[in-house]
Design a protein around this ligand. Structure first.
Ligand SMILES: *Cc1c(COP(=O)(O)O)cnc(C)c1O
Length: 288
């Protein structure tokens, strides 16, 4: 496997960063999870834009411009002979000293691109739907670490994931500080009711899969689409609930906190949106 590391393609064994890297010491960095389908990197420009926005807010200055970053992603996929891939793009603050002050990271940020085969939820979970629970750990306050940042500081989500693991379910619903539904540990959440598709307005990352699904629901399904405040009560009484993310695409949810959702089986709107999304992934992106 070839890994892109600071401008060079190196073997996996040689793809190493220093123990003084602040991404390692402090989770001080940004990342993207990207997917390629049959020779198309789905919405790569949107991923790159989001990465640069995260870096801008974190005051991480990349030497590479967006065009260079786009080419580096494509080059890494090609070097590994992949047509379908999951790509992890990681930018860290770089090497500093043991203190947290980013001014001590005097060199360039470390830029790492890994292109691998994708690992997915098992097929039966798409057919049967997920059972999930709400967990006690709330999503980060936007003025602490804004969930809009796709940062390497993932402890908020990991603590929630541990709570899901302890409950014996594959995902966790996280609420925001006000008690409204925010998102899951690595996926956005949607509900369908009476011809309307709703997704949380705040406390969540603005997922690229989420945006695509909202566009498809509006343009191809005639659904009314809104970003709004959602309570657990509304989710429990939805006709359908599903999660979205680059790796998961769209995955149905059939039980939340012991309450059956709709008929208890994956619903027709979720199924239709998944088909439309999968068709879009082969068209909308950077061809290689
Ligand atoms: C990456 C991520 C998502 C999903 O975003 P996509 O762009 O659709 O992959 C949702 N929530 C969190 C916390 C994430 O890190």
């Amino acid at each position: 496997m070839k890994i892109f590391l600071n401008g060079k393609l190196v073997e996996k064994e040689d793809a190493r960063v220093s123990v003084f890297d602040h991404g390692f010491l402090y989770g001080d960095g940004a990342f993207e999870g990207i997917r390629a389908y049959d020779g198309v990197v789905f919405r790569l420009a949107e991923h790159i834009d989001r990465l640069y926005e995260t870096c801008h807010t974190m005051l991480i200055h990349l030497d590479m411009d967006k065009q260079g970053m786009t080419e580096a992603v494509v080059k890494t996929i090609r070097a590994n002979g992949l047509r379908n891939a999951y790509i992890r793009l990681v930018v860290t603050r770089g090497d500093g000293d043991l203190g947290l002050d980013p001014r001590k990271c005097k060199g360039s940020p470390n830029v790492i691109i890994i292109a691998d085969k994708i690992t997915l939820y098992p097929d039966e979970l798409y057919r049967q739907g997920l059972e999930i629970v709400t967990v006690p750990t709330v999503r980060n306050h936007p003025e602490a670490i804004n969930p809009q940042l796709k940062s390497l500081n993932y402890l908020n989500n990991i603590l929630a994931k541990i709570e899901a693991n302890n409950a014996g379910v594959p995902e966790a619903i996280m609420l925001d500080g006000s008690g409204y539904v925010a998102e899951c540990t690595g996926d956005n959440i949607f509900m369908v009711k009476k011809g309307e598709l709703k997704t949380p307005l705040q406390g969540r990352l603005r997922g690229i899969t989420r945006d695509a699904v909202m566009e498809l629901a509006d343009s191809k399904c005639g659904l009314k689409v809104s970003e709004t405040l959602i309570t657990r009560h509304e989710l429990f009484n939805a006709e359908e609930v599903f999660l979205t993310g680059t790796a998961a695409e769209l995955i149905p949810v059939v039980k939340i906190d012991g309450r059956m959702i709709g008929t208890g089986k994956p619903g027709p709107v979720t199924g239709k949106l998944l088909k439309l999304f999968q068709a879009l992934t082969r068209k909308d992106g950077v061809k290689f």
